[in-house]
Design a protein around this ligand. Sequence first.
Ligand code: ADP
Ligand code: ASP
Ligand code: MG
Length: 418
Amino acid sequence: MPLLVMKFGGTSVADLDRIANAAQKVQREVERGYDVIVIVSAMSGKTNELVGWVEKTSPLYDAREYDAVVSSGENVTAGLMALRLQEMGVPARSWQGWQVPINTTSAHGSARFIDIPRANMDAKFAEGFKVAVVAGFQGLSAEGRITTLGRGGSDTTAVAFAAAFGAERCDIYTDVDGVYTTDPRITSKARKLDKIAFEEMLELASLGAKVLQTRSVELAMRYKVRLRVLSSFEDTDETSGTLVCDEDEIMESKVVSGVAYSRDEAKMTLVKVEDRPGIAAAIFGPLAEAGVNVDMIVQNISELDDPADKRAYTDMTFSLPTNQVERAKKAIEEATAAGKFAYAKLVTDTDVAKISVVGIGMRSQVGVAAKMFAALAAENVNIKVITTSEIKISVLIDRKYMELAVQALHDTFELEKA
Ligand code: ADP
Ligand code: ASP
Ligand code: MG
């Protein structure tokens, strides 16, 4: 029997009416002859509420109990979706992660898949069940405890099931009708893309476009899953939405295909650290050990204000998520107390955002960076840090200019035009 994976995000299962609406879409595919694995998120806002309860109860919480609590939102929607389908006459059964089982690593809060044995679910399909409704975002560790996959993780659950069960397609139903040239909430000029290459989607997701979790795109790319993003609120058919696919399935592509932003960035500068071999390792080693996700890094020459001091100095600037600033400060304090390095001053800026332009066409086109910087200059937006890779350019700017910068870049690269 051909099989489809259909994933419904939080806003698509936000209340009983929306669950009923999603169930109708599932029923339609069953009527077309598919077995369906449905992956559900928690009702929108639920996971945030659960995280809040955990943090209020125990600020330095035990990550195993965090997972026990925050995974529960998905259990509710899985059961409700199965009940709704049964009421419509569709044979459906719900599955929590441990029942499948969805085997993951023990990295609570950011676990990764190990495998998804098919036997239990295959047996249920063989009994005549047409739909398996799986709670997204959760899994089971080797120690027998519930794990979660990181925020937005239900997308990754969906792709993992599509790969494990050889699904014909993995459809991600959400509150927008596809992947856009930028977040449609930032500019009404954002244009829906019919297709986007895995590499581009991977960059956009990791640079902040939360329409798909980064890991889901990685898995889809590796296991050649046909991945589609489409609206749960509109009538849809085989041609709806955006297909995430191999580069060679896309006829022509523009130099820049999308603009992404990440709001919650911070920048830290260690002023006047000694410029010697091993200094970067001395700084970033302890940060990595403390679990700080350092992103962009720049090293500058520091001005020599003391002519008697013949040593060379440098300033080291790096960016990180805003909520990791305290952890980074603690790691720096401990490393300097242990004599690993010294610095004159630590400057922290928590009011920055990262803006990125992405496109596989950049591989063969020069001048994209210059055009991007000129567009930002024309809006009087100061660039604080720059990084580039083969298919993306990212800049750090003051957060108050974030929307303006996204709009200016969208205009400059004419992304509203097909
Ligand atoms: P779900 O709850 O269905 O998982 P998410 O809120 O995680 O939905 O992701 C969908 C949201 O992603 C959209 O509402 C949109 O604001 C945002 N988004 C950011 N960048 C893009 C983009 N390039 N294209 C489409 N949506 C985007
Ligand atoms: N409910 C989880 C979250 O809000 C997982 C998901 O929706 O993908 O992060
Ligand atoms: Mg999501």
